[in-house]
Design a protein around this ligand. Structure first.
Ligand code: PBG
Length: 327
């Protein structure tokens, strides 16, 4: 055979394969989502997410220490309040669960970068991501509450805020509120392209945040849509988002790539709870190799254009990167 092009030439040696590797990953780009709950001395496993826990504020330290030791320097906090009400008042309470968690984490771990998920669904009795008017989420009324929530998190020590509610105009409203209160340097990472997804099921178990009626389709996106994803990304960029996010990650590589190519902002992707739980369940059944799958999913997200990868497997991935398994 006279074959001029033999792609296999570059695959014959492990050192060479690494030299020509096209996607490089680094631990500094990982962020770990973590749930904090009321109470003392609590570390409660989330049944649908084996290996993931809800921590009371006084027990967060053990996980944060582990993460830092593994080289994961960024954490995204989700609060699970003791009481939920119609107005989601726990979301913006000065002494709310997540605000206390931020204060404690900032004080104990000044080197950790703290991101606040800004949404109302964990805090509302009806489980929707905003303030209701009848059976509908009132977009414009919700904006002031989201802005207050973001400000309360920044005041408590959040280094960055990440609105995940999908209301129109929330990035602008949050930016204005932060700026008016002296937080003009606090970045906003917008969940710009967030789909109404079945992949969030385990998270809603974890946070008790499933909507009491209806669904989130009037605010989260329809997963058939691609141009709309770009529209959302552009709008959030124009409103002042510093970082955009595509969520979920695994089934949305096409959109990670497109948003990356069409905007000039850093891009995050969020490998959500359902992705985690599927891998765990399949691995526990002995159907797949967990480490192999986790590495492959991560590489696919980065290959698609991810700069910041938010994943429940952050600590494991940091280890795999150290071991040279991926990266
Ligand atoms: C809050 C929020 C959700 C997730 C992140 N922020 C739940 C939802 O929108 O229903 C999901 C994260 C995950 O599934 O891991 N709105």
């Amino acid at each position: 055979m006279e074959l001029l092009n033999r792609p296999r030439r570059l695959r014959g040696n492990g050192i060479l394969r690494k030299m020509v590797r096209e996607t490089r990953m680094d631990k500094s780009s990982l962020a770990y989502p973590m749930f904090v709950m009321e109470g003392n001395n609590q570390k409660e496993e989330i049944p649908s997410m084996p290996g993931q826990y809800r921590y009371s504020v006084d027990r967060m330290e053990e996980k944060l220490t582990e993460l830092l030791a593994a080289g994961v320097t960024s954490v995204m906090l989700f609060g699970i309040p003791g009481n939920k009400d119609e107005m989601g008042s726990g979301a913006y309470a000065q002494d709310g669960i997540v605000q206390r968690a931020f204060r404690k984490a900032k004080e104990t771990f000044p080197d950790l970068y703290l991101i606040g998920d800004v949404c109302m669904c964990e805090y509302t009795s009806h489980g929707h991501c905003g303030i209701l008017c009848g059976q509908e989420v009132d977009n414009d009324k919700t904006l002031e509450f989201l802005a207050k929530t973001a400000l309360s998190q920044a005041q408590a020590g959040a280094d960055m805020v990440a609105p995940s509610d999908m209301m129109d105009g929330r990035v602008a409203a949050i930016r204005r509120m932060l700026d008016q209160n002296g937080y003009c340097s606090t970045p906003i990472m917008s969940y710009a392209v967030k789909f109404a997804s079945s992949f969030y099921g385990p998270f809603r178990d974890a946070a008790g945040s499933a909507p009491a009626f209806g669904d989130r389709k009037s605010y989260q996106m329809d997963y058939h849509n691609r141009r709309e994803a770009l529209k959302e990304a552009m709008l959030d960029a124009a409103e002042g988002a510093d970082i955009l996010m595509v969520k979920p990650a695994m089934a949305y590589g096409d959109l990670i790539r497109e948003v990356k190519d069409r905007t000039n902002l850093p891009l995050a992707s969020y490998s959500v709870s359902g992705e985690y739980s599927m891998v765990k369940a399949a691995a526990q059944a002995g159907f797949v190799d967990e480490a192999g799958i986790v590495c492959e999913m991560a590489a696919s997200a980065y290959r698609a254009g991810t700069d910041i990868y938010i994943t429940y497997f952050a600590q494991e991935l940091a280890k795999f990167m150290d071991e040279g398994r991926i990266g």
